[in-house]
Design a protein around this ligand. Structure first.
Ligand SMILES: CC(C)(COP(=O)(O)OP(=O)(O)OC[C@H]1O[C@@H](n2cnc3c(N)ncnc32)[C@H](O)[C@@H]1OP(=O)(O)O)[C@@H](O)C(=O)NCCC(=O)NCCS
Length: 188
């Protein structure tokens, strides 16, 4: 994956987190993270089913490459760059940045999404990851940059208040076929 930044270049000094391309050295740590997080996330698109590890371990990196190139995209997917956040050799979380966006995505979905593995939550990593995602989106040349959240996602809404946002909008949007109150933070 050709990116306008090197592995480890985008980092958050206070937390010790750095963004890297998904890689084989982190695969076992990623698998453990998927196992502990699978039942603690409302949108699983950003994870892999830990039970099916033997199926995806050979294809995961090729799939990420395809997504970045915008080829073989499943229905409803946008071209996107997946980056993993690690503390040393431990996988802590991931951020997925959509490099091509339209009105529908900006209404719900947003420029990027992220998660922190269950065992590492409430330590400030989520905020660090969201800030690094913002930096990566800017370096990738994506604009405008907006994150969208369900009002019911209390952790995510609390986190967003720590981000350098320009404007907050609140409205209802179609979330998996159900109208839900959402927030959209335009980031600068
Ligand atoms: C949202 C998420 C990334 C937060 O990660 P985290 O590492 O716990 O975040 P932080 O430690 O930086 O905490 C950020 C804020 O959220 C608050 N928070 C974290 N978990 C919370 C919870 N379960 N309930 C209420 N507030 C919570 C923290 O207290 C903090 O707010 P404060 O500084 O005002 O006290 C994590 O819960 C997660 O991965 N959730 C599933 C995926 C998701 O919802 N992604 C976001 C939408 S794309």
């Amino acid at each position: 994956m050709l990116l306008p930044f090197e592995d480890g270049q985008i980092k958050h000094e206070p937390s010790g987190l750095a963004l890297v391309r998904p890689n084989a050295a982190l695969l076992e740590s990623y698998r453990e993270a998927c196992a502990e997080t699978w039942d603690n996330i409302h949108n699983r698109y950003i994870l892999h089913d830990p039970v099916r590890y033997d199926e995806w371990k050979h294809t995961i990196f090729g799939t990420f490459e395809d997504r970045a190139r915008g080829v073989n995209l499943p229905d409803g997917y946008y071209p996107s760059v997946m980056l993993w956040a690690c503390a040393g050799d431990r996988f802590v979380g991931a951020v997925n940045i959509r490099t091509s966006q339209d009105e529908a995505l900006l209404t719900y979905g947003g420029t990027y999404g992220y998660f922190v593995r269950t065992s590492e939550r409430r330590k400030g990593y989520g905020t660090a990851l969201a800030l690094m995602g913002l930096e990566a989106a800017k370096l990738l040349g994506v604009e405008p940059i907006a994150i969208t959240l369900q009002e019911s996602n209390r952790a995510s809404c609390a986190l967003a208040e720590h981000l350098p946002y320009l404007r907050l909008e609140r409205y209802e949007a179609d979330v998996d076929g159900v109208w839900q109150p959402v927030r959209r933070y335009w980031l600068g």
